[in-house]
Design a binder for this molecule. Sequence first.
Ligand SMILES: [Zn+2]
Length: 288
Amino acid sequence: MPFRRRAAFGCFTVNMSAARCQCKRSGIVRGSDVHLSVSIVRSERKKIHVISHLYTSNCSQPTPGEVSLAHHGVLFLDELPEFQPQVLDGLRQPIETGEAVIARANQRVSFPARFQLVAAMNPCRCGRATEPGFACRRMPNERCMADYQAKISGPLIDRMDMVIEVPAVSAADLILPAPAEGSAEVGQRVAAARALQGERYRALGLPLLLNAHAPPAVLDAVATPDTGGAALLRDAAEAMRLSARGYHRVLKLARTIADLDGVATIGRMHLAEAISYRGATDRIRAAA
Ligand SMILES: [Zn+2]
């Protein structure tokens, strides 16, 4: 996915700061890699297990951590419950503000951290609680799942727009024909939707690139659903006890789903899809 000029400049600045870091840590972009990381692809920094480096380095001078190196890119955290709870809850602030603030004894520094968080986790510590016929080792499957999923706090899960349960791939799945729409076609649709969003906010004179960055006041102007959609959202918000944050996140996601369809008005089906992605969110929040 190509960078926009402003996003590329932000990434360049972050990477130049990181290049000043002299401490040794795995996977950090150094000065010689800066051109590569900016001009070719968004940064997708996979499988971060060096949790102390998520927000800053161990240098004497604060330098950008992984959340900032993923600025305008993807931050992928594998096995989410294995991170320390305080490290995970530290994600809440950059998710909300797009900045990582580092406070040390005599200084306070903030780095940009507008990343897309993608996280993966097993259903339970044994990893197979949802498989038919599998019995968890130490306790009933339901309790094993609840224990493991409770490691993700309610406030953090409330900030996740889409939670999707993915069943294990079976041998039968592997021999199925390839889907009609491949990754390249999906990529084109995503790029078109992102361009549409950039145009929308530029036309309004706002310094926003994506629906995800839009504050609630802007949503009133760009994401008002039609009558059927508004009724569905009102009922769902009541039934699911959506927080104000959850309500606005559903609206933003529905706006994006409509953009992917190339439709100007958010309809009932766009909201129904956006709301469905919060179903699993509620289950995990109940376990927390
Ligand atoms: Zn288990």
